[in-house]
Ligand binder design. Structure first.
Ligand code: FES
Length: 81
């Protein structure tokens, strides 16, 4: 099972990867440009992994794994901002 999009904003990781060719790999810039991740925020660690690896499908992570990605990348969910 894998994740390939921000469900709340219906933005695919393919779209984000395409956009990253023009905007760079700053996840917050990509979020600002598409609104991806600005719903429930659950996709943010997946967006980060997709952008970092260049892969449009990211295997489902455990809560601990996703929190580790968030902490390592110094990312915040919408309710934490
Ligand atoms: S799935 Fe992306 S903000 Fe909810």
């Amino acid at each position: 099972m894998s994740v390939d999009r921000c469900i709340c904003r219906n933005v695919t990781f393919n779209q984000l990867l395409e956009l990253s060719k023009h905007l760079g790999c700053d996840v917050e810039k990509l979020q600002d440009a598409t609104n991806a991740g600005y719903g429930c925020g659950m996709c943010i660690p997946y967006i980060h992994v997709a952008v970092k690896t260049g892969k449009s499908r990211v295997p489902v992570m455990s809560h601990v794994q996703s929190e580790r990605v968030m902490a390592d990348a110094n990312l915040r969910r919408p309710q934490e901002q």
